[in-house]
Write a protein that binds this ligand. Structure first.
Ligand SMILES: C[S@@+](CC[C@H](N)C(=O)[O-])C[C@H]1O[C@@H](n2cnc3c(N)ncnc32)[C@H](O)[C@@H]1O
Length: 253
């Protein structure tokens, strides 16, 4: 992903509108409210914050103590355009960055997929150490290999997860998993069909990997709004769902 400027430009332009980002941002805010109620002064770190869509959303919800880190100069530049407090940091070197930093909430969405099995435990450990007592780590990640498709190729995703991948690393770092839910359950048959079709096209050489497109594009407004409402209804009605292309988790120390 790092170095693919066009992906950051699309993210920056669309993350406020696209159904998927809107649903995820609301899910994160709900996790913050469940833990901290109406407090808006909690210290929040978005690790691997991309172009700052989530930080911008949280700022509009009244959160005042927001900080971001990212290892892409494109991402940091876009965040600064939004006047967000974001620092260029390689998360592989988080241990040497701000060793005394302490946060009530650390959010790390769709970042772990860029870390190998050896790199992930030190990252989770470094994030856990930066949590205050009773702080939470909120993380969304790509789930189930079955859902691998053109998006993964386009943005260089190296792995997909299931809950069992996180259990040992959480236990090793004193992290208790409060919530783990795959989403979107309701859209999963459709997403699965599309992704499997994409894989077939790649396997048969009908699509070239270098021409793969990410899912970051705006569909027709009616489609975008329908998908957003379906996912929001799912989120409101069912706390945990068993299957979907993403795994959303909330952990505490
Ligand atoms: C798929 S984007 C997700 C961005 C944001 N968290 C969101 O939910 O929109 C992954 C982000 O992780 C960042 N990233 C990947 N590897 C990183 C590393 N080693 N250090 C810092 N940031 C990294 C990328 O620059 C990118 O902004």
């Amino acid at each position: 992903m790092i170095g693919r400027s066009e992906e950051y430009e699309k993210m920056f332009r669309l993350e406020g509108q696209l159904w998927w980002y809107r649903s995820l941002h609301e899910r994160v805010e709900k996790a913050l409210q469940n833990r901290f109620g109406q407090r808006r002064d909690i210290t929040i770190l978005d690790a691997g914050c991309g172009t700052g869509g989530l930080l911008d959303f949280l700022r509009r919800q009244g959160y005042t103590n927001l900080r971001g880190l990212d290892g892409s100069t494109d991402a940091v530049t876009f965040c600064r355009e939004r006047n967000l407090s974001v620092t260029f940091v390689n998360l592989n070197e988080l241990t040497s960055f701000e060793p005394d930093g302490q946060y009530d909430a650390i959010i790390c969405n769709d970042v772990f997929c860029y870390f190998t099995a050896n790199e992930l435990p030190p990252l989770v450990s470094a994030l856990a150490r930066r949590l205050r007592t009773n702080g939470i780590l909120v993380t969304n990640n790509n789930a189930f290999k079955l859902f691998r498709g053109e998006h993964d190729v386009a943005v260089g995703i190296i792995r997909r997860f299931v809950l069992a991948d996180f259990k040992p690393v959480c236990a090793d770092n004193g992290l208790h998993i409060h919530l783990a839910t795959y989403w979107s359950f309701v859209l999963s048959p459709l997403i699965l069909l599309v992704r499997q079709w994409q894989r077939l096209q790649l396997a048969l050489g009908w699509h070239k990997p270098e021409e793969a497109q990410s899912d970051v594009y705006l569909p027709h407004p009616l489609v975008n709004e329908t998908l957003y409402r379906l996912v929001r209804a799912e989120q409101t009605l069912i706390r945990r769902t068993p299957f979907g292309s993403s795994l959303f988790m909330v952990m505490s120390r």
